[in-house]
Design a binder for this molecule. Sequence first.
Ligand code: AOF
Ligand code: ZN
Length: 365
Amino acid sequence: MSNDQRFMALALGLGRRGLGRVWPNPAVGCVIVRNGIIVGRGWTQPGGRPHAETMALEQAGAAAGGADAFVSLEPCAHHGQTPPCAQALIDAGVARVIYATPDPDPRVAGQGARMLEEAGIPVVSGVLQDEALEANAGFFARVELDRPFLTLKLASSFDGRIATGTGQSQWITGAQARRHVHAMRARHDAVMVGGGTARKDDPSLTVRGLGTSWQPVRVVVSRRLDLPLMGALARTARETPVILCHGRDADQNLVQTWEDLGAVLLPCATVGAQLDPVDIMRQLAAHGLTRVFCEGGSALAASLVEADLVDQLVGYTAGLGIGAEGLPSIGALGLGRLEQAGRYRLVSCATVGEDVLHIWRRPRS
Ligand code: AOF
Ligand code: ZN
């Protein structure tokens, strides 16, 4: 690893601290290095501002003059609540800017690099680019694909069931796996479930037990909005945002009731009797979400897998068999042949307590 790569790896690590709490913005990291010594570190702050460079430059103060700035994304060129980061780097008198990957946001898209070059500052792009694309896969998906990066989590028995035939699901996986799920939730902008799960489990979908106060948004997909009005989500919609993706044909009284409870309502298109999963994702991206963590149930999981919208599978598998009368983790897909099933590639496999954690990625060309 070169020195540039080493410092970029640090910037990337700092950037990842923001994951789940900077949407609609990317989670960027920045280190300012003078004579081989780090004089400033920054990362995108909760809510997406201040940007990473602002924080790092502030920390570096006058030491930024003549220093190298490593940023995990091309510095921005547009005027937001503060002047562009490219301008801030110029004003600070940095000697060189090294960034991992260009910013696809049309307000930046190469213009950050151009501003720096026009000011006579040497710019290096593409250092640890793959890692940067991975770290901000959510932001890139939102800007380039009009949808969030989607992870589907399945906590199931050895035979892929998420409940017994009588509906008992608590608990298939152990306490450590469930704690791991909370850590996963914390790194996503939103946790999403289908209406069936919201009705049956009355989940709160919050992050608990990790000493963090930031919460992901809760998303429920329910065409008819037939969700418990006295449930945990309804009770807490004012404290922690609840987004309801519903059909345009949902009962207007229910739409009003949920608005009064403090939920955000996103009307979505339907295909046949179902909500269109592509439109659900488009609406969530338009709302600014970049990383969505779907926790089922089987009908929503099936519609997302069928539409090939799932980028990552996170499986927690427990050592028990529930049998054919149990509820499958993914509902019917109507597959005739194996070639019709999208293949995922194994990324990692580990034990978490008594259970196995396996993570899979859908290769995209
Ligand atoms: C940076 N450093 O830390 C981040 C950047 O709404 P605004 O004004 O905050 O701008 C958001 C855009 O800024 C976002 O779409 C992306 O292009 C860039 N994010 N840029 O130089 C940062 N978070
Ligand atoms: Zn910026």
